[in-house]
Design a protein around this ligand. Structure first.
Ligand SMILES: [Zn+2]
Length: 108
């Protein structure tokens, strides 16, 4: 994020069909490169099957670990709920707080 806008995106292909497990080594290199370019890491977007849009236990653990290891001003996790029954929705959570409230994000 730079000047309040998401300006970079990295597609982490290190995942399974059921859970997202970030490739921490690669992502740390990407985030360090962005940092040198004055781009601040702002969060992770991933999808869940079966229309589930809540944070999983591992999502919350990753969020807390990222928050504690970095001095971020904001950290969002976006969860795309994929289902055959309805359109995909993406719910964003404010991961700077332990109660992980849903956050509305304006997409321009
Ligand atoms: Zn998840």
């Amino acid at each position: 994020m730079k000047k309040g806008c998401v300006c970079r995106f990295y597609a982490d292909r290190h995942t399974s069909l059921t859970e997202y497990h970030p490739d921490i080594e690669v992502l740390n290199r990407v985030i360090s490169k962005w940092w040198r370019e004055q781009i601040v890491f702002a969060g992770i977007v991933h999808s869940h099957p079966n229309g589930y849009s809540g944070l999983s236990a591992s999502d919350m653990a990753y969020a807390k670990a990222i928050r504690e290891a970095n001095s971020l001003k904001a950290l969002w996790f976006g969860v795309g709920a994929v289902s055959l029954k309805k359109n995909m929705e993406i719910v964003f959570y404010d991961c700077m707080r332990d109660d992980f409230p849903i956050t509305l994000i304006n997409i321009k």
